[in-house]
Design a protein around this ligand. Sequence first.
Ligand SMILES: NC(=O)C1=CN([C@@H]2O[C@H](COP(=O)(O)OP(=O)(O)OC[C@H]3O[C@@H](n4cnc5c(N)ncnc54)[C@H](OP(=O)(O)O)[C@@H]3O)[C@@H](O)[C@H]2O)C=CC1
Ligand SMILES: Cc1cn([C@H]2C[C@H](O)[C@@H](COP(=O)(O)OP(=O)(O)O[C@H]3O[C@@H](C)C(=O)[C@@H](O)[C@H]3O)O2)c(=O)[nH]c1=O
Ligand SMILES: [Mg+2]
Length: 300
Amino acid sequence: MKILLIGREGQVAWELRRSLACLGQVVALDRRSTPPLDLADPDSIRTSIRQIRPHLIVNAAAYTAVDKAEQESELAFRINAEAPGILAEEALAVGAGLIHYSTDYVFPGDGETPYREDDPIGPQNTYGRSKLTGEEAIRQVGAPHFVLRTAWVYGRRGQNFLLTMLRLMRERELVRVVDDQYGAPTWSRLIAEATALLVAKSSVKERFEPGERQGTYHLSCGGQTSWYGFACRILDYSREKGLLPASTTRLEPIPSSDYPTPAQRPKYSVLSNEKLFDQFGLVLPDWDQALRLCLDDFGC
Ligand SMILES: NC(=O)C1=CN([C@@H]2O[C@H](COP(=O)(O)OP(=O)(O)OC[C@H]3O[C@@H](n4cnc5c(N)ncnc54)[C@H](OP(=O)(O)O)[C@@H]3O)[C@@H](O)[C@H]2O)C=CC1
Ligand SMILES: Cc1cn([C@H]2C[C@H](O)[C@@H](COP(=O)(O)OP(=O)(O)O[C@H]3O[C@@H](C)C(=O)[C@@H](O)[C@H]3O)O2)c(=O)[nH]c1=O
Ligand SMILES: [Mg+2]
């Protein structure tokens, strides 16, 4: 099976390069590769796909700067809303399947129980709106697909809350973190490994055939916490593992109103992962167990 992976250095793309390797030939392209693939440029998308002619396209690239998207909404929409539709069209043209990632930020955040795939959406910011439009474009085109909504992604590479907190905890005596937004932090490696399992369970030799199981799935770690709760565990586990000195920093819980940002974020965006378990028997560990596993990896 020939898999075109879009993205090379992003948090999820980096992990996918390894996780997908057993499933076939992985061609990973980004804006700097040969051929280059720039999601903001429809011609580069179409040219690369027609040249590679993959059996499966996995799109792990996106415009992910949530606050900056409020200023750069046109670019965010080109990458997150228009490009996925073009990917789906090209997938259909070359007979390929498409796996694409979306976000918990498509939900309004006024719920109190985990959001299911078919719950009403209502993004609170430009990034969320752009990602939702991308999902809808893929469904509209009708190529065999999975849209995998994940949340609060972190890992050892890239820009993420874990690495930001580790830096701030080394630099500052006090780190103030919002305690009124709830979600499920999800380790990038587990997203990649679950994706590989989904591909394996949906492929027959070189063909990606999800059949009736195609569609949208939530794929996040279990449990829930606030950003402050996440930061507390990062501090505890990192000290425990000797990644931070014992006497560094103190954490203070604050309301979102004390941490103003250009983009509004949902107050509650926990995802229900039941559909993934029902259809594929896959379940990711709880977020705090996954955080420990991820930090174990920092030692090497
Ligand atoms: N990060 C998170 O917390 C969450 C992410 N998601 C979704 O998961 C997916 C993976 O996200 P994640 O791994 O965190 O992403 P990252 O922010 O780590 O990386 C984004 C990647 O997209 C690439 N990219 C940006 N613009 C373009 C472009 N115009 N053309 C080609 N590539 C581009 C970047 O490439 P370059 O190196 O060239 O900049 C980078 O490799 C995305 O769909 C995202 O929306 C969902 C929920 C949470
Ligand atoms: C750095 C920092 C952030 N915060 C707050 C701001 C914000 O409400 C929250 C998280 O900040 P971040 O900028 O890391 O998170 P954010 O960019 O909103 O993360 C989101 O990214 C996109 C791509 C997604 O799809 C979402 O699932 C989610 O992971 O923490 C503090 O309270 N104190 C701090 O020192
Ligand atoms: Mg961010």
